[in-house]
Design a protein around this ligand. Structure first.
Ligand SMILES: [Zn+2]
Length: 200
């Protein structure tokens, strides 16, 4: 079942996962928009709908396993795999060294056809690390898919076919050059109640 980018945005907005306001991000930068994916992922019915769109586009790829990075990718991999009738695994922080690895006894065999999924593509780091973990065992990444691409086209996916259900651009500013701060609008940290928190 296909889905339009506008429908994806509506699902995020209805769940309170895509907010307009004046936010202090964990990086310290300010933004007029905020995505909190778990506000959507907490609803199985919405997650099922979004994953149906990914599963539909992956149906001809002869996927054998769906893999996602922690944390949201666990939920998405599991639901996409359920709909495709295959298994799901997830990649987490490697026990030592950089990147991600499959732990907990997850095994991929050489040539196994793997679909990589994640919730939000920001820099592509999590997806890239999951692709690398799949390839480390000799398995093949047949495609990568995310719910939301907010990278502005800058993310790369290691040369595999890639699609996003929704692309959105979210500006962020140094507090000193934030136009909302310049207008005196109070900023808040997402997940907290509105409060005057100007500047950094
Ligand atoms: Zn600001």
């Amino acid at each position: 079942m296909g889905i339009s980018p506008a429908e994806v945005e509506e699902i995020f907005r209805a769940a309170g996962a895509f907010l307009d306001g004046h936010f202090v991000l964990s990086s310290g930068r300010h933004s007029p928009r905020y995505l909190e994916k778990f506000q959507v992922l907490q609803w199985p019915e919405s997650t099922e709908r979004l994953c149906a769109a990914i599963a539909g586009r992956a149906r001809d790829l002869r996927v054998e396993t769906v893999a996602g990075p922690t944390t949201g990718g666990i939920i998405l991999a599991h639901e996409v795999a359920r709909q495709l009738g295959v298994r799901a695994v997830y990649a987490e922080r490697a026990e030592s060294g950089p990147g991600r690895a499959f732990r907990r006894g997850f095994q991929l065999r050489p040539g196994e056809r793997v679909l990589v999924v994640d919730d939000i593509m920001s820099t592509g780091g999590s997806v890239d690390e999951t692709i690398a973990a799949v390839r480390a065992g000799g398995a093949e990444v047949v495609a990568a898919a995310v719910l939301v691409d907010r990278s502005g086209g800058s993310a790369h996916t290691a040369g595999v076919p890639y699609f996003a259900l929704w692309e959105v651009s979210i500006d962020s500013y140094d507090p000193l050059s934030c136009p909302q701060c310049a207008r005196g609008e109070p900023a808040r940290k997402p997940g907290t109640t509105p409060a005057a928190m100007k500047g950094a």
